[in-house]
Ligand binder design. Sequence first.
Ligand code: CU
Length: 132
Amino acid sequence: MLNKDSEGRTMQFEPAFLKIEPGDSVTFVASDKGHNSESILEMIPAEADPWKGKINEEITITYDQEGFYAFKCQPHLGLGMVGLLQVGDNGPQIDAEEIDKLPGRAAARLAELIAQADQGGEEQHSADDRPQ
Ligand SMILES: [Cu+2]
C-alpha cells in the first residue's frame, strides 16, 4: 500500500495484480500510512470470505476459492486505489456490471488490471512508455 508506485501513479497497491494458487496467502503491507485493504462487495467469488483491514493495518489473507478478487483502499477508492488477485485458472470472472458501479478512476484502474490478467500478468505499456 503506497502513496506512489514505481510507475509514478499515486495511491496504489504494488503489485496491483497478483496471480496465486488456491491455498496461498497474501500479506498487505502498510508501507505508507493512511491505507487499508478490503474486498469489494460482489467482486469476490461467491463462496469466498470478504476481508476488511483497518487503516495502517498489515493483514494476511489466505485464498482458498478459485476466481478473481477485487479489493480497494477505502479512503482512496475514488482516486483509483484498487487491486486484483487471480486465484487459480478456473474461477469466475468479475461481473462487468459491478465494475461500472465503481467511481470512474477505480473502474478504469480495475479494467487495466483485468486486461493485465488476460495477458498472463504482464503489465501493459503504451508505446509512449517504452524506453527510447
Ligand atoms: Cu489508500
